[in-house]
Design a protein. Structure first.
Length: 116
């Protein structure tokens, strides 16, 4: 099952020189927050509402060397994948532009929707 991670284009661009992505919060949390496909929009609308310049990373978990643990650390019932290590950019299958609409809400990027 594919993993997804929301970040800014700026943070992604900064990672290109090393080939590995680590978000700002990694040093304090020790992992990278990810989502499964069915969790992306709810996560985006809860945490990133109104944010611009976002991208959605589509990640191949089989290309990751570090462990991915499904867990909920905030007391809810839904489990989210957490990557306990740096994200190698080679494991990113696609980068989707992820803009919010005029109301600050997110919709599935057209590049992510199934092709007919």
């Amino acid at each position: 099952m594919l993993l997804f991670h929301i970040t800014t284009r700026h943070e992604l661009d900064q990672a290109k020189s090393s080939g590995y992505y680590l978000p700002k919060g990694f040093t304090t949390e020790g992992f990278i927050h990810c989502s499964y496909g069915h969790q992306v929009l709810a996560t985006a609308n809860r945490i990133f509402q109104g944010c611009s310049d976002l991208v959605l990373l589509e990640i191949d978990p089989s290309a990751l060397a570090d462990p991915v643990v499904d867990e909920n650390l905030e007391g809810g019932t839904q489990l989210f994948p957490h990557l306990y290590g740096a994200l190698p950019l080679a494991s990113v299958l696609r980068v989707h532009d992820f803009p919010c609409d005029a109301d600050g809400q997110f919709q599935a990027p057209p590049t992510l929707l199934p092709r007919s």
